[in-house]
Design a protein around this ligand. Sequence first.
Ligand code: HEM
Length: 498
Amino acid sequence: MVSLVTLLCYTLPVLLLFFFQFCRSFKKPSLPPGPRGLPIIGNLHQLNKSDLYLQLWQLSKKYGPIFSLQLGLRPAIVVSSPKLAQELWKDHDHVVSDRPKLVGQQKLSYNGLEMIFAPYGEFWREIRKICVTHVLSPSRVSGFSSIRQFEVKQMIKKISGHVSSSKPTNLNEVLMCLSSTIICRIAYGRSYEDEGTERSRFHGLLNECQAMWGTFFFSDYIPFSGWIDKLRGLHTRLERTFKEFDKFFQEVIDEHVDPNRNTPENEDIIDVLLQLKKQRSFCVDLTNDHIKAVLMDMLVAGTDATAATLVGAMTALLQNPRVMKRVQEEIRTLGGKREFLNEDEVAKFPYLRAVIKETLRLHLPAPLLVQRETNEACMIGGYEIPAKTIVYVNAWAIHRDPEAWKDPHEFIPERFLDSSIDSGGQDFELIPFGAGRRICPGRPTAIASLDLIIANLLNSFDWELPFGMDKEDIDTEVLPGLAQHKKNHLYVLAKFPI
Ligand code: HEM
């Protein structure tokens, strides 16, 4: 008996050691590596919202193309290479198509009664189908071309006025006004021809919405910390912004249902949605709140991202006079020196196309796209990612991946001339509009506007920096928010070409 106990005493530790080794070899791989965080807040104190994509890029150099973060009590992963982006969207699209529920985004989207922030599922599928078929369809996009062309002509007139009075043009302001006017006319038929209070009210609301979408709420990451957000006045500010937007949308809906309204020349998006509401032919019974929420998507997503890309394109061209000269030569030669170029004409300029692609690569307005969330556990890059993990795809880093791009930091549109790489979600090294089933449905509208506006700005004017300013002085600091807007506005001198 004693000898059995003695034997066990000697062998048991060895057996246990083997047992644990054996179990460990079968244990599932853990979360990807990542920076060590503090209890409860995790890595929150190490991250800065305004240049998050840059910080995440730096971290990816240390921890690899997939790494994890702890945002308060919520796990997150960051994907920073085309290869992993491909794995994410090709193998796990259905798992990573959810969005995290964040306080500001939920409130301003009427709790996800629209496309951008709706949870992945039946409702999102239906509302996206409605919008893609009836609001953002190719026939609607081309049907709205007369609005885009008219508004671009107005902008050219306005800048011509600046040329005559030798006044610098604030490109941020002009391009934001233009994008918002185009979207407003398409969405609800208003044009804001004057520069009056209505326009500033609307722009104020857009800016506030952007700020609230991008604002950090503690309660998003640490439950029971909502009182801190309240103390910071965030809830009051959010409630006020929501109420103002709601009032604004109600006014435009009321205008549309007014029996005394003059029949408009073209039906706008509210007309279309109100008709669909009447028909009740969808799984979703559309209400005014759905219409308001979809309008919010169009106005904020459409205006902001397009305006930020336009400013990005002009910034890049001013910083790269060689490219500016080449694209202007193409536009003026192929365009036959016409005063105004329409959408069919600008679609035939290959170098301009390449310039827009290169702009979307280096000046993409949403460098981290829009966050996703896993709805079940899955394996990505050999790591087990639990359900309810926030997924960031760092498009900014992917667009600069040295394995995918030669001289990745240089603005060289020529790289796209003999290449089939496009931003449609199939080439994972170029993803300014995202990819997979949640890819931006506004891409055709955005590209039509970008081509038309840049072509006409470059056709009608030569551009110079104001006296005393060098191209190296153009700063690229951006404001926090879902879309990247330059902090300091871009002032330039337009001149009539000789
Ligand atoms: C240059 C202009 C634009 C850029 C770069 C852009 C970029 C993006 C990105 C990165 C996403 C997230 C995609 C993802 O999660 O994979 C997105 C979503 C979206 N965008 Fe755009 N966008 C632009 C213009 C527009 C326009 C003009 C509209 C509408 C008129 C629009 C409407 C939307 C909507 C509704 C979604 C949400 C789709 C969903 O979650 O199902 N965008 N966009």
